[in-house]
Design a protein around this ligand. Structure first.
Ligand code: ZN
Length: 180
């Protein structure tokens, strides 16, 4: 079972870039928060293909998401998984993606303090939680990386996604119909 420097979070991806960045972020965290994350996030995995919100709908623009772990999944003794969406991640620089990973892990620390029903609570207070995750990641020392990810999101990533959205959505629809 792959792990990182003796840490318990399973990184279930072959993406060397993601592994390296994640390792770098975890190393920079204060021990208490890192331990909380290890106890809560069992799994980090990557999605390799673009996703749409609904069939033929808008592209999912997220680079990362903290999701509840299905109770039947491997590693479900811990409650959450961090999912990285590679087609979006690829559009960010290493520095910006480091900020995104730190922000995602900050959500995990928040989720631990929310306790039971964290998934619903994070959704209900989405705006507030976004801010809190950023503040915590800044306290960890990731302000420059967060700044880079916010800038690249607006200047590079969203324009690129919009540019190629129609083409990508069409090819997703084709992929889906060829499977059925
Ligand atoms: Zn967030």
């Amino acid at each position: 079972m792959p792990d990182i420097g003796g840490l318990q979070v399973v990184i279930a991806t072959r993406s060397g870039r993601i592994r390296r960045l994640l390792q770098g972020v975890l190393r920079r965290l204060p021990q208490r928060d890192r331990l909380a994350i290890e106890a809560f996030v069992g799994w980090v995995r990557c999605e390799r293909e673009w996703k749409t919100y609904a069939l033929g709908g808008m592209l999912d623009r997220r680079a990362a998401a903290l999701l509840p772990r299905a109770p039947t999944a491997r590693g479900a003794e811990r409650q959450a998984e961090l999912v990285l969406y590679l087609p979006v991640c690829r559009l960010f620089s290493d520095k910006a993606l480091t900020g995104i990973v730190a922000h995602g892990l900050a959500h995990a620390v928040r989720a631990v303090s929310l306790g039971e029903g964290w998934w619903r609570l994070l959704g209900d207070r989405w705006k507030q939680e976004e801010r809190k995750a950023d503040l915590l990641a800044m306290r960890w020392g990731f302000a420059p990386e967060l700044h880079a990810s916010a800038q690249e999101q607006v200047r590079v990533v969203l324009p690129r996604i919009e540019e190629s959205e129609r083409h990508i959505v069409t090819s997703i629809a084709r992929r889906i119909s060829s499977r059925s």
